[in-house]
Design a protein around this ligand. Structure first.
Ligand code: ATP
Ligand code: MG
Length: 391
């Protein structure tokens, strides 16, 4: 019998009647992510999804690493099935986990018996396999409380499975189960993290980026596409809508008081994201805003920027410290790209003294001199879509 991947479902199993559709979605996401590593049979039994190679040339390790990034899987392990007899289970444990058993100082065996026709109870089975392993590896101590190594045995309908400890996986919910949203992606540290966090809750994202050439460079644009590329590890392929923002920013600079530049600019971003969301039938917007981080992210400022859209604005970083955000950015692999020094359109025309306690009615009045509709329309018409594929 052949080594395979066991994916343990997290919250997915809690979803009652929806459970089946969650599992189906998750399996199709796994299928898509593993297809490049060969042909696998993917099926679910008792809150585990099995990913079983169907041909010699399957790259099991490649598929295993890919599955670690699929939301909806809480833990993952490789395993080998064997015949459902205690002797076969023992032999498989010795063979498959031999290196780990030799390296460990203490161990225990934990068994689960889903197949109630199996002649031993799970405790009995653990004791028997544990005793025999202790015999075969006499240096090992049994420690049921804090073992260095746990040998897992699962007796299921079709076979018995032996494996070592599962590794934590991506967690969250399968992408596609949580609706769609438009995520505002800048080149900074925060917005890749906010995008990841919302994708993790099962939301399929479309990315929007505002670029202000020639004030922002090609490198800045490439940096954002690179970030999107890095996010595809988690989200699968992404569309990045690049919206030209130069005219809007110049118009704001020409016609509005300097201390309001950033705020009015942010309102335009939200308006354009809202327009795109409506077009793509997305139900919310996502930003990397964090309370108090900068002048445009005070509570009053958030009220002002959120004022131009009726859609819920999801701000998953709202209560987080920078260190926590950086930790996630490193974990998801976007940090090193985010700190590349290319300018974002927010850093062009930054006011010397930005308004920190803006009043929404005042801002509405100040921007009323602009041809808001025309500016937005033109920006949307001149947009570009870049399809970013998982590499
Ligand atoms: P980030 O690290 O994500 O750039 P930030 O702390 O620099 O965030 P701001 O520049 O004020 O904060 O932007 C707040 C949010 O607005 C960003 O997290 C992002 O969601 C959105 N945003 C800012 N600039 C752009 C841009 N050029 N294109 C798309 N979205 C943007
Ligand atoms: Mg920024």
């Amino acid at each position: 019998m052949q080594e395979m991947i066991l994916c343990k479902l997290g919250e997915v199993v809690l979803k009652g009647l929806n459970r089946r559709s969650f599992e189906m979605k998750l399996m199709s996401n796994i299928r898509r992510r593993t297809s490049r590593f060969g042909k696998f049979k993917i099926y679910s039994r008792q809150s585990t999804i099995y990913v079983e190679p169907q041909e010699e040339k399957c790259d099991l390790l490649g598929a295993y690493e890919a599955c670690k990034h699929v939301f909806g899987i809480i833990a993952i392990t490789r395993s080998i099935p064997c015949e459902k007899t205690k002797e076969a289970i023992l032999e498989m444990a010795k063979l498959y986990l031999g290196d780990s058993l030799r390296a460990a100082h203490s161990f225990k065996v934990e068994s689960k018996r889903a197949d109630k026709s199996f002649p031993m109870g799970s405790i009995q089975l653990s004791q028997w396999v544990g005793g025999q392993l202790h015999h075969a590896f006499p240096h090992l101590e049994v420690d049921v409380h804090h073992p260095e190594l746990t040998v897992y045995v699962e007796v299921r309908e079709d076979a018995a499975y032996v494996h070592g400890p599962a590794e934590p996986a991506a967690g969250g919910l399968p992408i596609g189960m949580g609706g769609n949203a438009v995520s505002l992606l800048s080149g900074g540290i925060d917005s890749p993290v906010s995008s990841y966090m919302i994708a993790k809750r099962g939301v399929k994202l479309d990315m929007i980026h505002f670029a202000s050439p020639p004030y922002t460079s090609d490198q800045a644009r490439e940096k954002v596409l690179q970030l999107a590329q890095e996010l595809t590890e988690w989200t699968g392929r992404l569309n990045v809508f690049i919206i030209p923002f130069t005219e809007i920013q110049e118009e704001i600079r020409r016609n509005c008081p300097e201390e309001y530049f950033t705020l009015i600019m942010r309102r335009f971003m939200m308006r354009l994201a809202d327009m795109l969301a409506k077009e793509l039938k997305c139900k919310s917007l996502v930003t990397g805003e964090c309370l108090g981080q900068v002048a445009s992210q005070t509570m009053d400022a958030l009220r002002v920027s959120g004022d131009v859209t009726e859609l819920p604005v999801l701000r998953p970083l709202i209560g987080m410290d920078k260190e926590e955000i950086v930790r996630i950015a490193r974990h998801i692999g976007t940090f090193d790209t985010s700190i590349l020094p290319y300018e974002d359109c927010c850093t062009v025309f930054t006011p010397r003294h930005p308004k920190t306690k803006p009043v929404v009615e005042e801002v509405r009045e100040l921007e009323a001199v602009l041809d808001i509709e025309g500016l937005c329309q033109r920006a949307m018409e001149q947009r570009e879509v870049v399809k970013v594929k998982l590499q």
